[in-house]
Write a protein that binds this ligand. Structure first.
Ligand SMILES: [Mg+2]
Length: 319
C-alpha cells in the first residue's frame, strides 16, 4: 500500500474525530446563535462555550459519533472481517459503559432485550414502530471507516456499509447515505474520485428521496439549511452537508469550519465532512493544532497504525 493511501486513511480517521470534536462547539445551535456565542470566531476546541450540553465532554474530546466509529474500527482490527454481531456487541457495551450523546433511534434499538443476538431484527422493529418515517443520521455518523476497509473492492464496500448501517438504522435513506459516502471515500483511495456529474447520475439508483433532497454543489451553503430545527438529525441533511463540502473544498481547514459554523447537528456533520476531506486531502492537510489538541490523539494514532498494518496484509493476500 503506498504512502499516499496510508495518508488518506489516516486523514479519514483523524478527520472524523476532529470534525466531531470541533463540531460539538456549535452542535444544536442556529447559525445566528453561533455568531452571537462566538463573536471572535470559533476555530479551536478551547473556545467552546461550556454550557450544560457541552461541558459533559472534556475540551478536545470527540463524542458518540466517533465512539461508535471506533467500535467498528476496533472490531475490524480484531477480526479482520466484518463481524456484525461483534460490532453490535461493541455498540451495546459502549452504551452500557456510560456512552454519552446517543441519538434516539440508536438508543431505542440498543436497549431492546435481544439486541446483541438479533441486532438487525431490532433495528427493523424500531423502524416499523416509527411507521418507517424516521431516518436519522446515526448510521452515517460512524460509517466512514467502512469506506476504507477493502477499499479496492468497491462492491464489497457498499455491501458492508449497508450491512453495518442496518445494525441500528433500517431506513433505506440511512443505508443509501452510508453507501454513497463510502463510495466517495473508496474512490478517493483508489485515486479515481467520483465527479459531481457522475455522482448525480448515480443518485438515480438510490431511494428516490435522495435525489430530490440533494442540492447541487453550485448552490449556496445556506440552502443546506443545516440549522433548521425540524430536520436536525436527518440522514439526508448530513449526507447533503458531506456532498456539498466534498465538491466545494479546496482545503481541509476552511471547508470543515464552514460547515461547523452553520450550526445544527454540527458534530455529526463535522464527522462526515471531516472524513471526506481527510480522504480527499490526506492527514498531512489537517492543521497540526487540531491534531495536537485532540484529547484521544495518541489512542487514535496507535489504532490507525495497527489498522493500516492489518489492511496492508489483507491487501497483499488478496492479490
Ligand atoms: Mg455526537
Amino acid at each position: 500500500m503506498n504512502e499516499d493511501i496510508k495518508d488518506k486513511i489516516k486523514g479519514i480517521i483523524f478527520g472524523q474525530a476532529i470534525g466531531d470534536a470541533l463540531g460539538l462547539g456549535t452542535e444544536f445551535l442556529t447559525k445566528k446563535q453561533v455568531a452571537e456565542l462566538y463573536p471572535d470566531g470559533y476555530d479551536y476546541y478551547d473556545q467552546m462555550v461550556r454550557d450544560k450540553h457541552r461541558k459533559r465532554w472534556a475540551i478536545g474530546s470527540w463524542t458518540d459519533d466517533t465512539d461508535q466509529f471506533l467500535c467498528v474500527l476496533d472490531s475490524l482490527i480484531e477480526n479482520q472481517t466484518i463481524d456484525e454481531l461483534d460490532i453490535a456487541k461493541r455498540f451495546k457495551h459502549w452504551l452500557d459503559s456510560n456512552g454519552m450523546g446517543i441519538g434516539q433511534t440508536t438508543y431505542k434499538v440498543l436497549t431492546l432485550p435481544q439486541y446483541e443476538k438479533q441486532p438487525k431484527k431490532g433495528a427493523k422493529l424500531i423502524w416499523k414502530i416509527k411507521k418507517k418515517s424516521i431516518a436519522a443520521n446515526g448510521g452515517l455518523m460512524r460509517n466512514s471507516i467502512i469506506g476504507t476497509y477493502k477499499f479496492w473492492d468497491t462492491d464489497e464496500v457498499i455491501r458492508n456499509s449497508i450491512s453495518i448501517c442496518e445494525l441500528t438504522h433500517y431506513d433505506p435513506r440511512c443505508k443509501d447515505s452510508c453507501a454513497i459516502v463510502s463510495s466517495l471515500i473508496a474512490a478517493e483511495l483508489n485515486f479515481q474520485p467520483i465527479s459531481w456529474d457522475e455522482l448525480n447520475i448515480s443518485l438515480d439508483g438510490y431511494d428516490k428521496r435522495i435525489k430530490e433532497y440533494t442540492i447541487s454543489p453550485n448552490d449556496k451553503i445556506e440552502n443546506l439549511r443545516l440549522d433548521e430545527s425540524d430536520s436536525l438529525g436527518y440522514t439526508l441533511k448530513a449526507l447533503n452537508a458531506g456532498i456539498w463540502s466534498y465538491y466545494n473544498s479546496n482545503n481541509f481547514r476552511e471547508s470543515l469550519l464552514k460547515i461547523i459554523l452553520e450550526g445544527g447537528d454540527a458534530d455529526t456533520n463535522g464527522c462526515i465532512v471531516g472524513s471526506l476531506l481527510g480522504a480527499k486531502f490526506g492527514y498531512k492537510s489537517i492543521p497540526s493544532q487540531w491534531i495536537d489538541g485532540l484529547l484521544g490523539k495518541d489512542i487514535l494514532e496507535k489504532k490507525t497504525a495497527i489498522y493500516l498494518e492489518k489492511l496492508e496484509h489483507l491487501m497483499t493476500s488478496n492479490q
